[in-house]
Write a protein that binds this ligand. Structure first.
Ligand code: CA
Length: 625
């Protein structure tokens, strides 16, 4: 008896042949439902590969290879007989192609599997990730644009589209992103960070993408794997990089592996539901108790998000290979890793090092939601060491600066360490970083209050925030919808701060992607953002220059970005009154300069002993000799 089956949606040319020397009852028949990774490449640095076989009663099988250059190192059976892990080694002489592997069970049961090795794309290993010169645009695919209404509902996916439910799926997709790549380019962006695009086949609240149910497939409501590859290519053709969002701390509770748990060590199990204490302080804290530490990293992020145990070596290899598979397969430029501190830190270091081993110039940014500077800096490459922990993470989401920025707008009182002084104090502590410019900076993101709301829906204050975003040290990350002046506070719920772009859906009454669909305020915001972002693209002094700042006085904060060739003077009036600024105290930076080109207004500006600023006015001045 021979059965030929091909795995759907994989395009892997993977064929499984079952041969039996005797008749088995249907219930006993071994079968293979999944092989992950579905295929691999020749010519990778790492020559070992872990293959996960999933199917009924595979546990007692053993793998064999008669292919020259393809060696079986180990076959590992675990508690659950539906899993088999096979480690193979690829000789450097192995050519691309499809090769047979033989799985033999007892009583002459045999399964022959064909496994494919592709050739790598030229230049794949030397791809360059994002860096200081990039302007990142973050978007939530379900909420950005619906380029393909026919995929809004998919039979096999339990949650259907419901645009009236803020926490439901709205139908946005990869086709919508592809449609607006030129728009993003015009806005001045150079990289796009997409919230996770993996399948999230959860019954509720699945739109955000962080409860993954399949690590090898794009959610069909967003598109397909092939569509994602096309999107990355199109983006590259337009000079845009793609940042893929990944999650290793947890999976959705409907993930196939959680529904049929491989072994008791794959997830952290507690006598009853035990959430994380969400206190990442416990990791660098030299005084931490084991009780608090274990709860932080082994407690669950959410009732529906089982916490993965990355200390299980089979799972660890599975996760690492998953990242490498996506990098090689899709051509992405960078990864943003969710909940970076919640996973095992030694595993995370190993993961970064493995990726860097294959792709030395690839970029990885970790979500480091920590408010305190020292606790944040702990995670940056080249930084302080504790307990022999040498973090290899290059880029960090800059939450300490975000908190300072946000609170600076919310403070009612002014004074020491209040208002704009918060930013001064925050930056004054940059000595904790080996490289402060390796922070990804932001004024809002998908988890946070909309910046326009934080700015009191005041366009002048909004400008202050945007000016800082595009002139402070670090890589600016802008959030979709902020250009449409979306509003919403964290306290309103995540579903509401993650609104739909106006005009992203075919029957939207207003299309604010186009100038004619924007109201006056939105148009001003769009012009501001596009002029700042486009200017920053070619402003090396902002990318890599040094910073010097001056103590805020009377709510006026002034800083300079400078290098050997250029100096940019940024001056911000946080006060609600006109400010007369004496320029003398900036002499060490201004020298003899008395004029410059001002970026926000795009005009020449000059000054004498004093400079007058309007309430909440922000200036970016490129000094002209
Ligand atoms: Ca759709």
């Amino acid at each position: 008896m021979k059965i030929r089956m091909s795995l759907s949606r994989r395009k892997t040319s993977l064929i499984i042949c079952l041969g039996f020397s005797y008749l088995l009852s249907v219930a006993q028949q071994p079968s293979i439902e999944r092989i992950e990774p579905p295929f691999w490449w020749i010519g990778m640095n790492e020559s070992n590969l872990e293959l996960l076989f999933y199917g009924k009663n595979l546990g007692d099988f053993k793998a064999y290879s008669s292919v020259p250059g393809l060696e079986i190192i180990n076959t590992i059976s675990i508690e659950n007989p539906n899993y088999l892990f096979v480690y193979i080694k690829m000789d450097s002489n192995l050519k691309e192609g499809v090769y047979p592997l033989l799985l033999k069970g007892d009583k002459d049961k045999e399964i022959s599997v064909l496994y494919r090795f592709d050739k790598r794309e030229p230049g794949s290993a030397s791809r360059k990730g994002f860096g200081w010169g990039d302007n990142i645009y973050l978007l939530m695919p379900d909420r950005f644009a619906n380029g393909n209404p026919s995929n809004d509902d998919i039979d096999a996916m339990v949650e259907k589209a419901d645009r009236n439910n803020p926490n439901g799926r709205h139908g946005g997709d990869l086709a919508g992103v592809a449609k607006y790549l030129d728009y993003l380019k015009e806005l001045g962006m150079t990289a796009v960070w997409l919230n996770p695009i993996f399948e999230n086949n959860q019954p509720h609240y699945s739109y955000h993408g962080y409860a993954i149910t399949d690590l090898y497939n794009v959610d069909p409501r967003l598109g397909s794997n092939e569509e994602f590859v096309r999107l990355v290519k199109q983006a590259h053709q337009k000079g845009l990089k793609i940042i893929m969002d990944m999650v290793f701390n947890h999976l959705g509770d409907q993930h196939w592996m959680i529904r049929d748990l491989p072994s008791s060590s794959f997830i952290h199990r507690w006598p009853e539901y035990t959430p994380s204490n969400f206190r990442s302080t416990t990791i660098p804290d030299p005084y931490h108790s084991e009780y608090d530490y274990q709860k932080m990293i082994n407690g669950w992020f959410d009732r529906h998000m089982p916490d993965l145990n990355q200390n299980d070596s089979l799972l660890a290899d599975y996760l690492i290979q998953n990242s490498i598979w996506w990098i090689e397969y899709s051509g992405i430029d960078a990864i943003r890793m969710d909940t970076y501190q919640y996973a095992d830190k030694d595993f995370m270091a190993r993961w970064v090092n493995r990726i860097k081993g294959e792709y030395p110039d690839f970029s990885i940014v970790g979500e480091l939601w920590v408010e305190q500077k020292a606790l944040h800096a702990y995670w940056m490459e080249g930084n302080y060491r504790f307990g022999n922990y040498d973090s290899p993470l290059q880029f960090l989401t800059d939450f300490p600066l975000y908190i300072a920025l946000r609170e600076s707008f919310l403070d009612k009182e002014k004074g020491w360490e209040k208002g704009v002084e918060r930013i001064y104090y925050c930056l004054a502590q940059d000595f904790v970083y080996d490289e402060p410019r390796n922070n990804m900076i932001f004024i809002d993101n998908h988890d946070l209050s909309r910046f326009y709301s934080i700015a009191g829906e005041n366009l002048q204050k909004f400008t202050l925030g945007l000016v800082m975003l595009y002139t402070l040290r670090g890589i600016p990350q802008f959030t979709y919808g902020t250009e449409q002046l979306m509003t919403g506070l964290e306290s309103d719920g995540h579903g509401l701060i993650r609104g739909d772009m106006m005009g992203g859906w075919p029957n939207d009454p207003v299309n604010a992607f186009e100038a004619k669909g924007r109201n006056k305020q939105q148009q001003k915001a769009w012009e501001l953002i596009s002029s700042l972002a486009n200017w920053r693209k070619s402003s090396n002094v902002i990318h890599s220059g040094n910073t010097r700042h001056f103590l805020p006085e009377n709510n006026v904060y002034s800083y300079f970005r400078y290098n050997e060739n250029d100096t940019v003077w940024v001056i911000l009036n946080y006060g609600d009154e006109e400010a007369l600024v004496e320029t003398g105290r900036f002499a060490e930076m201004l020298g003899q300069h008395r004029r410059g080109h001002e970026i926000v207004s795009n005009r020449e500006i000059s000054w004498g002993e004093t400079l007058t600023l309007q309430p909440y006015q922000a200036l970016i001045i490129e000094l002209i000799p």
